[in-house]
Design a protein around this ligand. Structure first.
Ligand code: IMP
Ligand code: MG
Length: 409
């Protein structure tokens, strides 16, 4: 059975957690391959809400859970999630790669320090230490998950480095002992494990964190996260050949949101935006911050679909647009009097592009029941398929697992 990769096509918070949870039954394992506890993947089951930051979203389905070397790992956050899963479903079957870069309390402090330096130009990071952790990896100053377990953990040079910038650094020994206890017996080689699973006929789901437009290289730099967010990163981030990637399903919300700073061409100021934020519960799952809200942006989506090699699409939160009277979709950008639909080339000027909207008939008041979408909703899906040249195979019409329409059959 082939693997599947689920990847966000906007600025994160597209509803990947729900889609991963929806598909998890078909797979033997779920793999996190990028980011860290900056992610917040929400799953709603029977009216109860679960938010995972580090554990893959297949956690509640007794799947094999894998955290690859490309993840910035905060062991104490992991511990809290393992406890939750233990109470709900019994002991999680988790393997963390020995090569994972650790997030210690120092990286979190550094994250806040650097944001302070930026002042008005702050990125608005989640302050989970993600950027500093990847930076310390590049500087070869930080220990890895395996170092904790194997007794080769040494923060000596990192501490000297941090003492140059930061005051009141906490002592690390207590943290180290706790972190080691969390990871003991859970570390190994995730890439090899995935290949062995595949070779014995068991498939895995790769769960992307954040979204394409937050990719450190291909996103809206510098307002991006510290890691790669593209599906292309799956093989590199896990140490497996490209052929193991499988199909790529892109997840897009029926409107757009962004948390933190940075350009956002279709941002809505005013009543419709506030309404979407309130009804769509657009508050950060990690930080609780209100998310900025905007109309669907086909220019950004086309870019995201193209550079990810997306083969099918899941459209989420369509139900939210049935509660809003206004409805717009951005088809192009206008910059300095010229129109473009090339997001990559518009990127350097993204802060001053004007969106060119197509006025659509509003979805206000529509009932989205199983067994086919009503006309205006079907029209929106058709517009998306035409513009992006991919099939919308899944439409999510509510928080619950059951509120998901499968259009691929
Ligand atoms: P960092 O990843 O904490 O360094 O934050 C960098 C930027 O990415 C900030 O604008 C964050 O709000 C955003 N970000 C990071 N993770 C997520 C996520 O999972 N969903 C949405 N935005 C995110
Ligand atoms: Mg999220």
């Amino acid at each position: 059975m082939p693997n599947l990769c689920i990847v966000g096509l906007q600025w994160g918070d597209e509803g990947k957690g729900k889609i991963v949870d929806f598909f998890a039954d078909r797979f033997d394992g779920v793999v996190r391959y990028n980011g860290g506890s900056n992610a917040g993947h929400t799953i709603v089951i029977g009216g109860r809400t679960f938010v995972f930051h580090l554990l893959p979203s297949g956690s509640l389905k007794k799947k094999k859970l894998l955290i690859g070397p490309g993840v910035a790992l905060d062991p104490l956050t992991l511990e809290g999630e393992l406890r939750l899963v233990r109470e709900e479903r019994g002991e999680a079957d988790l393997l963390v790669d020995e090569r994972c870069t650790l997030v210690t309390p120092y990286e979190k402090q550094m994250d806040a320090f650097i944001e302070g330096l930026r002042g008005d130009d702050a990125i608005g990071t989640t302050k989970r230490g993600i950027g500093p952790s990847y930076a310390m990896r590049a500087l070869r100053l930080t220990p890895r998950a395996g170092d904790l377990v194997n007794g080769t953990f040494d923060m000596g040079n990192a501490l000297s480095f941090y003492e140059t910038f930061l005051r009141d650094l906490p002592e690390i020994e207590t943290w180290k002992a706790e972190a080691k206890r969390v990871l003991q017996g859970k570390t190994g080689d995730v890439g090899q494990t995935i290949m062995e699973m595949n070779e014995s006929g068991r498939s895995v789901l790769f769960e992307g964190a954040q979204g394409v437009l937050l990719d450190i290289v291909y996103g809206t730099y510098p307002y991006v996260t510290g890691a790669h967010t593209l599906a292309n990163y799956v093989p590199a981030g896990l140490g497996i050949p490209n052929s193991y990637l499988g199909e790529v399903m892109g997840v897009a919300k029926a409107y757009t949101t962004r948390v933190g700073g940075g350009p956002f061409p279709t941002e809505i100021f005013g009543e419709s935006g506030e309404k979407i934020r309130a009804i769509g519960r657009e508050y950060g799952a990690t930080t609780g911050r209100p998310r900025r809200v905007g109309w669907l942006d086909l220019v950004g989506l086309r870019y995201a679909v193209r550079i990810n090699g997306v083969s099918e699409l899941a459209l989420t939160k369509l139900d939210i647009l049935t509660k809003v009277k206004e409805m717009k979709v951005c088809e192009a950008y206008s910059i300095d009097g010229a129109e473009t639909s090339d997001f990559g080339r518009a990127l350097p000027k993204l802060g001053r592009v004007e969106p060119v909207y197509r006025e659509m008939s509003s979805l206000f008041g529509l009932e989205l029941e199983d067994g086919g979408l009503p006309g205006p909703a079907e029209k929106l899906v058709g517009l998306l398929e035409d513009a992006l040249k991919v099939k919308v195979s899944l439409v999510s019409t509510g928080q619950e697992r059951s509120a998901t329409m499968n259009r691929s059959m």
